[in-house]
Ligand binder design. Structure first.
Ligand code: DX5
Ligand code: ZN
Length: 235
């Protein structure tokens, strides 16, 4: 008999929270059952939007036990990694395009005692990370172009997620496969079917009237292919 399926980790993205009430929002999603808190750091250069830096991570750190999952959308990222680690980040994820030496960057994150992640933009191929899997704790697949919340899910990325699932399984390594962008209770089944183990959701959680109901609906989504899967990709 097959073991029961493990529910995915749910990581609400603070980007969609009320920025005037950040502490209350963090406490609310933790009470609502969130597993990790996803923090989107944007510099107006690597992506066309600006959010916050290590000071906000440090300010929120005492108010939650959730692991802080920091997604760096900044270039260069290397000069700021120590500051985010010292601010209390538990996971630090970078895009391969944000610096010239991804291997060194991941080594640096690990040397600070943090989990190291790599983020793949929609156009970034799997090949960009196959040679650094031994240094990778998390792989994040962007199912929107990074920079903004509330964008439409790109179903073209489902085949990449499934290929990464096979790659991770082949390595036998304990690498978390995260999906970021356009996650809702409607899109979650397809990414779970493809093999995701952590779902990041901004608008679908913080934009909902009942955070607990929204988190539960995403977590309990039954893996299933998208109806249009196998037809053309789109968003
Ligand atoms: C986009 C960010 C995402 C974003 C997701 O650049 O990386 O984490 O907050 O927002 P939704 O869930 O609204 O697509
Ligand atoms: Zn993100």
């Amino acid at each position: 008999m097959l073991p029961p399926p493990t529910p995915p980790l749910i990581a609400p993205s603070l980007l969609a929270a009320d920025f005037a009430r950040l502490k209350e929002e963090v406490v609310a999603v933790e009470r609502a059952g969130a597993d990790w808190l996803h923090l989107d750091v944007m510099d107006g250069h690597f992506v066309p939007n600006i959010t916050f830096g290590p000071l906000v991570v440090k300010a929120l750190r005492p108010h939650t036990k959730m692991p802080l999952d920091v997604h760096l959308m900044i270039a260069p990222a290397d000069p700021y990694i120590t500051a985010f680690a010292e601010a209390g980040a538990d996971h630090i994820s970078v895009h391969p395009e944000s610096g010239p030496h991804l291997h060194r960057t991941l080594q640096h994150i690990r040397s600070l005692g943090k989990k190291a992640g790599v983020v793949l933009n929609p156009a970034t191929p799997i090949e960009s990370i196959v040679n650094v899997l031994d240094l990778t704790d998390l792989i994040m697949v962007m199912t929107v172009n990074p920079g903004f919340g509330g964008q439409a899910f790109l179903s073209s990325q489902l085949s990449k997620i499934a290929a990464l699932r096979r790659l991770i399984d082949d390595t036998g390594r304990d690498i978390v496969l995260q999906i970021d962008g356009g996650i809702t209770a409607q899109t979650a089944p397809a990414v779970l079917e493809a093999g995701a183990t952590c779902l990041i959701a901004g608008t679908a959680v913080f934009g909902a009237p009942d955070y607990a109901a929204s988190i539960t609906a995403i977590r309990n989504a039954a893996p299933a292919p998208l109806p249009e899967l196998g037809a053309s990709s789109g968003g």
